[in-house]
Design a protein around this ligand. Structure first.
Ligand code: WT7
Length: 697
């Protein structure tokens, strides 16, 4: 069966394919100490025990009031979890550990400069600092439960401290990745209706001091243009008493946190008891349209899900030293640097800088110095460290028991290096598939129970029941070798509540496609559409191929092609723009920009530079394209739709298929020569199981 060809192309269509690998089993030593060793768990979390199985996760938390209904499905797809329950996330992550673990490290902060000392924040100190910040937010800023605050900060301990202070008061935080531009932060702040933004003056990255506070002025301007007045900017200083920013503070608007805090020394603020369904935070992510959407996560279900998955899949015990190298500005950092590990009284390492600064041995030196035994990173970082220093891990005396990979598919060769060299064949690996919308892991092996299979994420997580549908809504069976759209048949506690301020978009994006009956209040009629292509092997292991929508996963970070296109179109000389994904050896995928210029524009080089700098200011450096091709015209259908699929095929040396029905078929060969050179057509082997998507027929 073949699917109608669309004008678009997507990541899944250009997925790299590899053969099925043999199982790899975890060591007896790992199993001997693992949190999850009882195979009966699978039965406890079987479909017949859904949704009550998730009590097991919620019972890991301390509730102010126990819930009466585990799952309320009365208003699909707006599920409610642990209804009637009350709890506070901050007191679950901090206060409740004081008696037993007060003097244990909650965070270990590693500054990027190696001459700066590492320091530890104990649970006791965290409690003190979080309370003081909560007092500032409440008394100095007048914020209360339900208000939103946008935090645009780098990886310094004040970031999680500020998040926890928000959670203590029920203030909804929206953390924007520090590497995003001021403009991107301002638009997100405006969308969330924040009155306060929180910054740092600067930070260290790749050996340089980044002036971060300068983004605040741009953010406030962007927010104002979008109709939102930010009243206060709180600025954390990386070094007390110094100012790393060249931008002056604005009187009556900007405040140094260390100065404000002088009035709140050892202040204590009661944790506000929140309903399980009160929102905890927003996390903006890219989707199909130009506007990023604010994924709204709930209090009780989210914390239960990240606590449960951190315990069973990350295998975190209080005595472990756990290092997730992601940035807290992404969902991975929220769930698996801050909330999950802290809910379990774990010790979480925060590293300020880039992995290979000053050299590719840095992560392994950190691991050696701090006795890190659980390590968590992305395929892009693995590929980068492997390329820069394939033998480096061997020089350092650390021992990992457990390692995680997340964010993109990992090819078996990179997996092997991670396993053999980084993990020294001692560490178990989990390849965890999930998304910003999901709160926590959806597919992963259970580290002590399931064998690993390089290149496959593995079976569904406990209590998750996926299905692969074709475009017509028919199930693609296991072992068929065919790809389709992976969906989750059931709700789970970590799933987002809605898109902030746009419930229609939530329903349309995730549930409309495969909803069986929009009147039904039975969850079985509401599969969640993940927008990822996947193949299910006969053994029940899922291999994720990548996005099936207009999202490009660059180094594990989501980028909407429409966002990049809109940025290009703000350059006055640009007539038309199309952005497509191209395979990149290190970063997985990168955007490539195709543009046509308005008549009479000559200076292609200058326009190209302007396009790149516009993309960086409007979105951030992360969106920097791999190439910008200025072409005479873009390939179009007769109705004028740009055929991105053809452009992606050219950039990835794949067959563009039949182009004779285009309005301008000759342009295809012209562009091909421009991009691939004048030689013969180069084509890669078309991936057999992707025929479904119409990529290679
Ligand atoms: C997209 C979600 C939440 C994790 C960080 C990224 C891709 C994620 C895997 C994996 C293959 C993966 C998917 C997904 N992805 N993990 N283990 N194997 N692909 O979160 O920014 O929301 O991106 O990342 O395409 O849809 P995100």
């Amino acid at each position: 069966m073949s699917i109608e060809r669309s004008a678009e192309t997507n990541e899944a269509q250009i997925a790299v394919h590899w053969k099925e690998e043999e199982y790899v089993r975890s060591s007896a030593k790992f199993i001997g100490q693992a949190n999850l060793v009882d195979p009966a768990i699978t039965e406890r979390f079987s479909e017949k025990n859904f949704p009550e199985c998730f009590r097991e996760y919620a019972d890991m938390l301390s509730w102010d009031r126990y819930w009466h209904t585990t799952l309320d499905t009365s208003n699909p797809p707006f599920w409610k979890w642990f209804v009637g329950g009350k709890l506070n996330v901050c007191s679950n992550c901090v206060d409740r550990h004081l008696a037993q673990y007060g003097n244990k490290a909650a965070f270990i902060f590693v500054p990027e400069p190696e001459y700066e000392p590492v320091y530890t924040i104990t649970y006791q100190e965290l409690f003190t600092r979080v309370n003081e910040v909560a007092a500032v937010l409440r008394t100095f800023c007048g914020l209360e439960k339900g208000d939103r605050v946008t935090i645009h900060m780098p990886m310094i301990p004040e970031l999680p401290i500020t998040m926890l202070a928000c959670a203590r008061l029920g203030i909804i935080h929206s953390v924007v990745f520090g590497g995003f531009s001021g403009e991107a932060a301002g638009l997100r702040a405006s969308d969330s209706g924040s009155r306060v933004m929180i910054y740092s003056d600067g930070y260290y990255r790749n050996g340089k001091i980044i002036d971060h506070k300068s983004s605040a002025d741009i953010a406030l301007e962007a927010a104002a243009k979008a109709g939102t007045k930010i009243e206060k900017v709180l600025v954390w200083r990386r070094h007390q008493g110094q100012d790393l920013s060249k931008k002056p503070m604005v009187q009556g608007r900007d405040y140094f946190m260390d100065e404000v805090l002088l009035n709140f020394k050892r202040a204590k603020v009661d944790a506000v008891s929140m309903d399980a369904e009160d929102p905890l935070f927003l996390m903006y992510t890219s989707g199909t349209t130009g506007q990023p959407k604010g994924c709204q996560h709930r209090t009780g279900g989210y914390l239960a899900y990240v606590a449960g998955t951190s315990k069973y899949y990350q295998d975190i015990h209080p005595e472990d030293v756990y290092w997730c190298m992601a940035d807290i500005g992404w969902i991975t950092g929220h769930s698996y640097i801050v909330y999950g590990p802290l809910a379990l009284a774990g010790t979480s390492v925060l590293y300020e800088g880039v992995p290979n600064y000053p050299d590719a041995g840095r992560p392994w030196r950190i691991a050696e110095q701090l006795d890190v035994n659980i390590f968590h990173t992305s395929p892009t970082a693995i590929r980068m460290l492997r390329k820069a220093g394939p033998e480096e891990p061997k020089k350092y005396h650390y021992h990992f028991k457990h390692m995680t990979t997340v964010g993109e598919p990992i090819e078996p060769a990179a997996w092997r290096w991670y396993y053999d060299v980084v993990g020294k064949r001692e560490a178990v690996i989990v390849d965890t598939w999930w998304q910003t919308e999901n709160g926590g892991f959806l597919c992963t092996t259970k580290p002590a129970l399931d064998p690993m299979k390089p290149g496959s994420a593995g079976p569904p997580a406990l209590g998750i029941f996926p299905i692969i549908y074709d475009e017509e809504g028919k199930e693609v069976p296991a072992g068929s070798g065919r790809a389709g759209n992976i969906c989750i048949r059931n709700p789970w506690p970590g799933i987002m509540q809605t898109v902030w301020g746009d419930s229609d978009r939530f329903v349309k994006q995730y549930y409309q496609k495969y909803c069986k009956n929009s009147k039904s209040t039975d969850w079985r009629d509401w599969p969640y559409f993940a927008a990822d292509g996947a193949v299910l092997a006969a053994d029940g292991y899922y291999r994720i191929l990548g996005r099936v929508d207009d999202v490009i996963n660059v180094a594990g970070h989501r980028l909407g092609t429409k966002e990049v296109e809109s940025a290009c179109l703000t350059v006055p000389e640009v007539a038309e723009a199309a952005v497509v994904p191209v395979i990149d050896e290190i970063r997985g995928r990168m955007p490539v920009v195709y543009i046509s210029l308005k008549p009479g524009v000559e200076d292609v080089e200058r326009v190209t530079e302007q396009i790149i700098s516009t993309i960086e200011t409007m979105i951030g450096k992360i969106a920097r394209p791999k190439a910008v091709h200025t072409v005479p015209d873009l390939p179009k259908t007769r109705s004028g739709k740009i055929m991105r699929r053809v452009l992606a095929a050219i950039s990835n040396a794949m067959d563009p298929g039949d182009v004779t029905t285009l309005a301008n078929p000759d342009i295809v060969e012209l562009i091909r020569r421009q991009v691939q050179g004048a030689g013969p057509v180069v084509l890669k082997e078309g991936p057999e199981d992707l025929k479904q998507f119409g990529a290679n027929e």
